[in-house]
Design a protein around this ligand. Structure first.
Ligand code: SAH
Ligand code: SF4
Length: 380
């Protein structure tokens, strides 16, 4: 794990503008420390927390329970800024996608998927990805850097802004669930993801509970236990194959953490139970991993794990070396898993027309060449 963490360039220490610090994205402890340094009483930190994360305000002037002079002092020293939205798109099916640009001009995508009974926000954790799963568009983009906690939280704030959901509503929300399934491998940016998730879960702020948050990993085994123990979020595993040979081809990280090791970590995942199952994601690739024999083997592998299976029709992207399985193959696969007692829904692709579906996210951000001077390479 540490090898990969070391390989990922660190997020910039701050996203502040040169003169004012941005409070948006700070943890409770950070806001408390700022207020202490500012000479304010501790309860000011709680008030600010409420304005920032429950009310979502972007202007100190509206903080009516703070005196005018104090608001003015705050505004001189701090700001309440979101990253820039460099593009916003809406799919025919209502899925929305935002391309966000951070202060260093790096970009990531965030997607909102409305459904009849809930709305899910798909959040990115890195600019690009160090892993290169062969079916994933993000995997063709070199990792540029980890996102900081503030940049992860900002994706939720931007969605709330766009959906008009301030103050954080209790009922009838359009943003009820969060999946860490956007760009990047969240368990390779654990500290920032954990800080962000804790901010998002805080009941006095954005208030999205751990039961509504799912973290998807391609199988960073050494971090799985910690994720369950510290965050208690739902776990999704990108499995995609039932033999090590094929999984290593599709998800090269499998060479380091093979299937048996991964499934052992799932067996002991803190907090999993029949009521809270681990999701196994399985992308359906025509003629590659979609046979009935593989479905039966999947059932055998999952024995003893509180599991459900999500079958994801492969979402194509330009130059992708795969095709999506046929509807008949997907249905047959699903039936076998279902008849063995596991829920095995086929995920309806959402937002394909705006390239917002699973695995289609990619930004133009490229890792700048650090040693060789010359033009930045063209996007893949
Ligand atoms: N890096 C993490 C989370 C982001 S990927 C992970 O790999 O789990 C989110 C999900 O989309 C993963 O299950 C991934 O395997 C899947 N996915 C990637 N490319 C896809 C594609 N082209 N079509 C369908 N699903 C894809
Ligand atoms: Fe990275 Fe996940 Fe895509 Fe694999 S599937 S390249 S781990 S984002």
């Amino acid at each position: 794990m540490s090898v990969h963490l070391a390989a990922a360039p660190a997020a910039p220490l701050t996203t502040d503008s040169p003169d004012r610090k941005n409070l948006v994205g700070m943890t409770r402890a950070e806001i408390a420390a700022e207020m202490a340094a500012f000479g304010a009483e501790p309860f000011r930190a709680r008030q600010l927390w409420h304005w920032v994360y429950h009310r979502g305000v972007t202007d100190f002037a509206v903080m009516t329970n703070l005196s005018k002079p104090f608001r003015e002092r705050l505004a001189a020293r701090y700001e309440l800024r979101r990253p820039e939205t460099s593009r916003a798109q809406t799919s025919r099916d209502g899925t929305r996608k935002w391309l966000l640009r951070f202060d260093d001009r790096q970009e990531v995508e965030t997607v909102h998927i409305p459904e009849s009974d809930r709305g899910t926000l798909c959040v990115s954790s890195q600019v690009g990805c160090t892993l290169n799963c062969t079916f994933c568009h993000t995997g063709t983009q070199l990792l540029v850097r980890n996102l900081g906690a503030a940049e992860i939280v900002a994706q939720v704030m931007i969605a709330r802004d766009a959906l008009g959901e301030w103050p954080s509503p209790q009922d009838d929300r359009q943003l009820t669930n969060i999946v860490l399934m956007g760009m990047g491998e969240p368990l390779y940016n654990y500290d920032n993801v954990a800080a962000a998730v804790k901010i998002v879960m805080d009941p006095e702020g954005l208030a999205i509970s751990r039961r509504k948050i799912t973290l998807s990993t391609s199988g960073v085994v050494p971090m799985i236990e910690r994720c369950g123990a510290e965050l208690g979020v739902n776990l999704a595993i990108s499995l995609h194959a039932v033999t090590d040979d094929l999984r290593t081809e599709l998800v090269p990280l499998n060479r380091k953490h093979p299937i048996a090791e991964l499934l052992d970590a799932c067996r002991t995942y803190p907090g999993s139970s029949n009521a809270r199952r681990i999701t196994f994601e399985y992308v359906m690739l025509k003629g590659v991993n979609d046979s009935p024999a593989e479905a039966r083997e999947l059932v055998r592998l999952l024995k003893g794990i509180p599991a459900k299976v999500n079958l994801i029709p492969f979402n194509p992207w330009p130059g992708a070396p795969y095709e999506c399985s046929t509807d008949a193959a997907i249905a047959a696969f699903s039936d076998i898993v279902f008849n063995a007692g596991y829920s095995a829904p086929v995920r309806t692709p959402r937002g394909r027309d705006i390239s917002a579906a699973c695995g289609q996210l990619k930004s133009e951000s490229m890792r700048a060449r650090r040693t060789v001077p010359g033009p930045v390479p063209a996007p893949l």
